[in-house]
Design a protein around this ligand. Sequence first.
Ligand SMILES: [Zn+2]
Length: 48
Amino acid sequence: MIQKTSEFFKMLPAKSCTKCGNSMTEQADCYTTTCEDCNDFQHYAIYN
Ligand SMILES: [Zn+2]
């Protein structure tokens, strides 16, 4: 059974950032719970 990755992501419910609450329709990574902006901030915080 071959399923395209794009098809798979289309089936996922729209996620929202756990930090700012913005919808993350463009963020398809399953391991992240925050939007790109908050991810950048987290990265910055980790490296400090
Ligand atoms: Zn955010």
